[in-house]
Write a protein that binds this ligand. Structure first.
Ligand SMILES: Cc1cc2nc3c(=O)[nH]c(=O)nc-3n(C[C@H](O)[C@H](O)[C@H](O)COP(=O)(O)OP(=O)(O)OC[C@H]3O[C@@H](n4cnc5c(N)ncnc54)[C@H](O)[C@@H]3O)c2cc1C
Length: 622
């Protein structure tokens, strides 16, 4: 039924698994995607949306490297917004609302169109391990399938336990079985495991809602998209809506607290701090009488609606009674109640930067199994694991991204260096170089790297080069071309900026905060340049950012270069920290368990102080 030996087996067809198998196969590995249900490849377990703050940057990075999440998101989008547009470009974050069914369908189509991907539907219940190396997987039917490497992306399925009020039952997602066997085997092999929880809101019938009582939330009038390739831009969009909970809603919800698994001790594990359930919100922020609810359509052709902001595991009768009081929901009909789920994860400090496990060779973990939350976080880890699984079995150098190169680099470095005790999600504040890690330049940062390893296509690379060349030339044009003071003063008056007295280079005036590209385009020389050089929106945006922020960007680059020196001091693999008695006891313990690769990584481990780093530097210097 199967190849005698696959290069890569990916277990799980969620966001991590789909990216992992696509990357390995596109690089040339004979790959098998084995998942419990082929109908749910690329399934969005929770909200029908991709991107958002910091997450949107990750989707752009995945796309720039040659992954598929951006393409799938664009092809299934029903609404698009660039969040934080009023702030600096480091904060701009693309977000799409998606057709849930079409998203999964697009994933399946793309994977079916990818050479080297085989599919099989079954539950993997164990790994085939020889010595300290993985050699394949065993399925619930008792089939042994051999492979040179295995990527585990089990998501929320490992010993998943669903809670609704006082009821609890096994499941990986509503309506889907939990996965068993793998955790137990990994623990026997010496892995640490833990439990986490997450939750989801009810889904309701859009025909039962009164949208006239809610505030419309339209998409951007001139929507952008995620992929740097030629994916479609939305010509039509669907609105979301906003409404609010009230004190009465909160009082009704409180009536159910004694039957809540969150409060009666049934759920013991920690949930996502930044995606709290509604009961958590009214408990933690008891002074607030109202919380926002976003009413999000689940697709183009369905009446199903996602009630964002109302995640709950309260009994279904309480969910219903409370939601009926919310403005616009007076006649609400439920499609599915909200629920919480507890699942196993593996503390990610047990991984290398490639996401290979330290204990078992050629075994990789990616996605929610590593204690993260979110599609984007999962997909990016899948991509890195798939790439490295392929590279390692072909005897090639590992592929890792540094903290000043990508949010993906920050994510993985945080996970493997600091670990996480609560579901980890990405924020811009986690990145120390966010001026460098913008959504607009992910292609400039990463496409050459994706191309060098054979993942990003020729077309992608050429597009990136063209954008780079054109934007550099455009900036040069502003530096070399002088304006006519009369024309320029007309614009400056319009934006309420001090007039100029004589002709000078356009760059100078364009650098002023109030002067934007739209204004510069009013100058004949600029509009003619744009026309004759076929300058598109992306190039304009890039050139504008370079003109306005080059000072900040250069400063951050130089800071990153300084820290890079510590990144270059490597610590030998077998370094024995216990011999260095001048290290603090905590530092010795942490360094021995995490085994950082460089001094810089060592300095980011919590419990390793600057004086411990000095000790290490002195010793290694010797
Ligand atoms: C109820 C719920 C609420 C959530 N709420 C949020 C939220 O509020 N915010 C947020 O950012 N994220 C949320 N998430 C998390 C988000 O869905 C995940 O972060 C993301 O889907 C993880 O992707 P993944 O690829 O790691 O795993 P998943 O998307 O869970 O995919 C796992 C895949 O592995 C397969 N699989 C599992 N075990 C086996 C096995 N043994 N053999 C074969 N196949 C297997 C499954 O069938 C599935 O296809 C929620 C998830 C759930 C279930």
């Amino acid at each position: 039924m199967f190849e005698k030996e696959y290069d890569v087996i990916v277990v799980g067809g969620g966001h991590a698994g789909a990216e992992a198998v696509a990357a390995a196969a596109n690089m040339g590995s004979k790959s098998l995607l084995i998942t419990m249900n082929l109908q749910t490849i690329g399934q969005m377990s929770c909200n029908p949306a991709m991107g958002g703050i910091a997450k949107g940057q990750i989707v752009r990075e995945i796309d720039a490297l040659g992954g598929y999440s951006g393409i799938v998101s664009d092809r299934s989008a029903i609404q698009f917004k660039m969040l934080n547009k009023s702030k600096g470009p480091a904060m701009w974050s693309p977000r799409s609302q998606n057709d849930r069914m079409r998203f999964a369908e697009e994933w399946r189509l793309l994977l079916e169109g990818t050479p080297n991907v085989d599919f099989y539907q079954e539950m993997v219940t164990g790994l085939l391990v020889k010595g300290d190396e993985v050699v394949g997987v065993r399925t619930s039917l008792g089939l042994d399938i051999r492979a040179k490497s295995v990527v585990l992306t089990n998501g929320t399925f490992l010993n998943g336990l669903i809670h609704i009020g006082e009821k609890q039952f096994g499941g990986g997602r509503a309506g889907e079985k939990a996965a068993t066997g793998i955790t137990e085997q990994l623990v026997d092999l010496g892995f640490d495991s833990g439990r986490m929880k997450t939750g989801t809101p009810p889904r309701v019938d859009g025909r039962s809602l009164d949208y006239s009582k809610m505030i419309p939330q339209p998409g951007d009038p001139d929507p952008e998209k995620f992929s740097y390739l030629d994916t479609p831009v939305l010509k039509q969009q669907r609105d979301c809506h906003m409404t609010h909970t009230s004190k009465v809603v909160h009082d009704i919800l409180r009536e159910g607290f004694d039957r809540s698994p969150m409060f009666n001790g049934r759920i013991k594990s920690i949930g996502p701090r930044y995606c709290p359930s509604i009961e958590d919100k009214i408990n933690r922020f008891s002074e607030k009488d109202s919380h926002q609810i976003f009413v999000e359509p689940e697709g183009w052709n369905t009446v199903e609606v996602y009630v964002n902001g109302f995640s709950t595991s309260l009994p279904e009768d309480v969910q219903y009674k409370a939601l009926k009081i919310v403005k616009g929901f007076e006649n609400v009909k439920f499609f599915r109640p909200g629920y919480a789920i507890e699942y196993d994860y593996f503390p990610p400090t047990q991984l290398r930067h490639t996401l290979e496990t330290k204990i078992i060779k050629n075994l990789y973990f990616a996605g929610q199994i590593n204690g993260t939350t979110g599609y984007e976080e999962a997909a990016s880890q899948g991509l890195i694991a798939g790439i490295n699984a392929h590279l390692k079995i072909n005897g090639q150098e590992p592929f890792t991204l540094k903290r000043d190169e990508a949010y993906i680099g920050v994510l993985i470095d945080d996970l493997i260096t600091k670990g996480t005790e609560e579901p980890y999600r990405m924020f811009t504040s986690r990145a120390e170089y966010r001026t460098l890690l913008r959504q607009d330049n992910a292609d400039l940062r990463l496409t050459p790297k994706g191309y060098a390893i054979g993942l990003a296509s020729e077309e992608r690379m050429r597009k990136m080069e063209e954008k780079e060349r054109k934007s550099k030339d455009f900036v040069k044009f502003f530096k070399l071309t002088s304006y006519n003071p009369e024309d320029m003063n007309q614009i400056l008056e319009e934006v309420d900026s001090a007039p100029v007295k004589q002709a000078d280079k356009m760059f100078k005036v364009f650098s002023r905060p109030k002067v934007r590209m739209d204004h510069m385009l009013q100058l004949k020389e600029v509009s003619e340049y744009v026309k004759s050089n076929e300058i598109n929106r992306e190039v304009m945006e890039q050139a504008e950012i370079q003109v306005k922020y080059s000072g900040y960007i250069e400063k951050e680059k130089s800071n990153a270069d300084k820290l890079q020196r510590l990144e270059n001091i490597r610590i030998p693999d077998n370094f024995d920290y216990s011999k260095l008695k001048s290290l603090s006891y905590e530092a010795r313990e942490k360094l021995n368990s995490i085994r950082p690769v460089t001094i810089s990584q060592a300095s980011r481990i919590s419990g390793v102080s600057p004086s411990d780093i000095s000790v290490l530097l002195v010793f290694l210097g010797r």
